[in-house]
Design a protein around this ligand. Structure first.
Ligand code: NAD
Length: 497
């Protein structure tokens, strides 16, 4: 018996019959658990028509009423977040506590968006010129498209839609086809919260649905998160079609450990950030750059901790779950083969792991390489799996140069007890999000999330004030209410007087 997962359009589940569907797996068993409908162009037209109607109503709804809906949504989400987490674990494979963590981080953006009346306040300059006032207002864009990756089926869409909706837009979300169920539950929560039909729509599918969102004239902006080649494609195609775009791409996050660091703290951090969610996080640490002479001591501590990690079914109390698909597991495993072939030292081998779970699951255990060099593919490429590489360097400068030369610039961390060194690092490193003795520095909702270099295309980061800016357009009004002194004909360029 498999679940049928379909589109959510105009406030209800779609009732049609889809010509194309995709398989959804439970990665912990390897079994197909669901069939998800794939959208075609007719379905997208339906979604866009519903969103247009939703926008007409919602964009003219007062801030007071919009805020009431946001607060109601926050309460429903908070009360039912275990249900969302369970759906994530069932289709993604991450352990339940981790799934719950991502819902909670997404909820923080909802809480930020509850303050939308304050966030949308404009400026007002009385008497900018004689008898003239100037003020600014921000208005919603219309229909916005959100295209999200498999690794955070709830949190990543929530980086965008709470603010987009609060600002008065209508959204169409195209979630990952690998774990599509969580967002449908979220859609039903919006309905319960009182959001007008058509403001929050979900279309499931693949490139066919994405390409229509990128090209359709009614879609005014695109927020994308996924791998770098697709992010680049999204950015180029959607901007060519006149849309506002923020496209967040892949990552290869470095953690730089200086010799004065607390090595116990650094070892805990490397293991947590390297293997949490089986390394399938855009903020995972995958390159551990250690300034000598502490590499031997740190590697020994990490190895010790890895021996205690339990890989298995995320619903049964494991530390680390499976990878998302067998194809992805095999790809990550092939990187381990490549690392061995290129001469890196395999300290812990995650291939053929002992697991607490069914044999058919997409398993790969935590893997640790030492003596990795910058030319190896396990260093240059985003692996997106539980593979941690240690690169030994002699100086801080050598470590910094490595990070700055890498194509990705999403997150990074420095471990040190020297405040001056940490401050120098935050100033010199070419990366968007920096942790100081913090391994996964995901900014809180009222700051903005985003990387540099090939980790982000477009110039706007997600949520925080940049998110509010992205989902609204500015207008500036110069106004004069006539008084008896208006001045007659003057063809010169207006000057303030
Ligand atoms: P992906 O690029 O394969 O897919 C992302 C989305 O794009 C999905 O909805 C997918 O259906 C769609 N898509 C896939 N191929 C497409 C194509 N050819 N044309 C149009 N649309 C297409 O990414 P993924 O495997 O789902 O997610 C993992 C990637 O996401 C990793 O690279 C990870 O670093 C990245 N990621 C980045 C961030 C960040 O904040 N920078 C956050 C989370 C994930």
């Amino acid at each position: 018996m498999t679940n049928h997962i379909t589109h959510f359009i105009g406030g209800k589940l779609w009732q049609g019959k889809s010509a194309r569907q995709g398989d959804v797996y439970n990665p912990a068993t390897g079994q197909v658990t669901g069939k998800v409908d794939f959208a075609d162009s007719a379905l997208l037209e339906e979604a866009i028509a519903a969103a247009k109607a939703g926008f007409a109503e919602w964009s003219t709804t007062s801030l007071a009423k919009r805020t009431q809906v946001l607060f109601a949504f926050r309460e429903i989400l908070n009360a039912r977040k275990e249900e969302v987490a369970a759906l994530i674990t069932a289709e993604h494979g991450k352990v339940l506590s981790d799934a719950l963590g991502e819902v909670t981080r997404g909820q923080e953006v909802v809480e930020f968006a509850c303050g939308i009346p304050h966030l949308l306040k404009g400026g007002y300059s009385e008497g900018a010129s004689t008898n003239i006032d100037v003020y600014s207002i921000r208005q919603p864009l219309g229909i916005v498209g959100i295209i999200s990756p498999f690794n955070f089926p709830a949190m990543v869409p929530m980086w965008f839609f709470p603010i987009a909706i609060a600002a008065g837009n209508a959204v169409i979300i195209k979630p990952s086809e690998k774990d599509p169920s969580a967002i449908n539950l979220v859609a039903s929560m919006w309905r319960e919260a009182g959001l007008p039909d058509g403001v929050f729509n979900v279309v499931h599918g693949d490139k066919v649905a994405v390409d229509i969102l990128l090209e359709h004239p009614e879609v005014k902006a695109i927020s994308f998160v996924g791998s770098t080649p697709i992010a680049r494609y999204i950015y180029e195609t959607a901007t060519k079609n006149g849309k506002r775009v923020q496209a967040l791409g892949g990552a290869k996050n470095h953690m730089l450990v200086l010799p004065d660091a607390d090595l116990e703290l650094a070892a805990d951090a490397a293991v947590n950030a390297g293997f949490g969610s089986a390394g399938e996080r855009c903020m995972a640490i995958s390159a551990l750059v250690v300034v000598e002479p502490v590499a031997n001591a740190l590697v020994a501590r990490i190895k010790q901790r890895m021996e205690r990690l339990n890989t298995g079914d995320g619903t049964q109390g494991a530390d680390m779950g499976p990878l998302v698909t067998s194809v992805h597991r095999d790809k990550v495993s092939s990187y381990v083969d490549a690392g061995v072939a290129s001469g890196a030292t395999l300290v812990v081998d995650g291939r053929n792991p002992k697991v607490s779970g069914e044999a058919g699951g997409f398993w790969l255990g935590p893997t640790l390489f030492d003596n990795v060099t910058p030319a190896m593919s396990i260093y240059t490429d985003e692996i997106f799996g539980p593979v941690l590489s240690v690169i030994r360097v002699d100086t801080y400068e050598e470590g910094l140069a490595l990070i700055n030369a890498h194509q990705y610039g999403n997150g990074t961390a420095i471990f040190t007890n020297d405040g001056g060194a940490a401050r120098k690092f935050q100033n010199e490193v070419q990366v968007g999000m920096i942790g100081i003795n913090v391994p996964i520095p995901v900014p809180t909702a009222y700051y903005s999330f985003g990387g540099w270099k090939n980790s982000l295309f477009g110039d706007t980061h997600a949520h925080g004030s940049e998110g509010v800016h992205f989902f609204t357009r500015g207008k500036v009004v110069t106004s004069r209410w006539l008084d008896p002194s208006h001045g007659g004909i003057n063809l010169g360029f207006p000057q303030n007087s």
